[in-house]
Every structure is written in structure tokens, then in C-alpha cells.
Design a binder for this molecule. Sequence first.
Ligand SMILES: NC(=O)c1ccc[n+]([C@@H]2O[C@H](COP(=O)([O-])OP(=O)(O)OC[C@H]3O[C@@H](n4cnc5c(N)ncnc54)[C@H](O)[C@@H]3O)[C@@H](O)[C@H]2O)c1
Length: 127
Amino acid sequence: MANKGKVKVGIIGSQFEADIHAASFQIMPEEAEVVAVASPTPGHAAELAERYNIPRVFLDYREMLKEKDIEMVTITAPNKLHCQMTLDIANAGKHVVCEKPLCMTLEEADLMIETCEKQTQHGYLIG
Ligand SMILES: NC(=O)c1ccc[n+]([C@@H]2O[C@H](COP(=O)([O-])OP(=O)(O)OC[C@H]3O[C@@H](n4cnc5c(N)ncnc54)[C@H](O)[C@@H]3O)[C@@H](O)[C@H]2O)c1
């Protein structure tokens, strides 16, 4: 990770699994801090942000990826979006945590792993 101390996290998605991710990070405040959430339905990311005191809210996750201090992004969006989101996150130089199932095909999985290995310092892709 770029900085010592807490890992700064962004969450993509705002519903069932996003809530679990946000709650999980809250029980390890020394290790990680959720600083942003992105979800395309107006109001949904803001609701999650209010529940968990997340300071930054985005409708488009690609805008969230421009935030330089975010080191890791978790994906809680529908399965068919996992591959493209992983590529976008890794290409922004950030580590990826992806909800299961990892993706739709073995070809997508290979591409996701290869891109994370190439673009991030340690190549983390956790699925
Ligand atoms: N629900 C479960 O019990 C469960 C268990 C294990 C894994 N998962 C996995 O977790 C993931 C999310 O599941 P869920 O139940 O939270 O789904 P959900 O339908 O409740 O939420 C999906 C979220 O993704 C967001 N989203 C959709 N398109 C998007 C886009 N283009 N950009 C950003 N966000 C977008 C939606 O707005 C919503 O916030 C899925 O991959 C699912 O397989 C779910």
C-alpha cells in the first residue's frame, strides 16, 4: 500500500453487500477507513454514506477512481460488471477486492489477474 497506517477504501455499489463491506470496515478502524462510495442510482450512495459516515459520494465510480488517496476499492456491483470495474480500478493504480463470483468467464478472470499484477505494486486481487 502507498501509505503506512489505515488503508483508504472506496466502495462501488450501495446495497446489500456494500452495507456488509461498510460495516466490516467499521469494526477494524485501525486498519481501514471507507472514504468514498459510488453508485449510479441517485440518492443510494448518499444513504449508505450517511449510515456509515462516508465523506465522499459519487454517481460514477470512474470519478471516484480519480481520487488519489484511495488505495483499495471493493466491488459490490452486479457480476457482469466485475471484469471492467477491476480493469478500471487496477489501471487507476488501486488494489481490488471483488465480490464473488469473480466474473463471468475464465478469460475475464485471466485478464483481471494479469491486469492487477501489472498495474498495482503487489498485484492484489481478492475475490
Ligand atoms: N446478496 C448476497 O447474498 C451475496 C452474497 C455473496 C456475494 N454477492 C455478490 O455481491 C455483489 C453485489 O450483490 P448485492 O446483493 O449487493 O446486489 P444489489 O443488487 O443489492 O446491489 C448492486 C449494487 O450495484 C450497483 N451498481 C449497478 N450498476 C452499477 C454501476 N454501473 N456502477 C456502480 N454501481 C453499480 C447498484 O446500484 C447496487 O448498489 C454481486 O456480485 C453478488 O454476486 C451477493
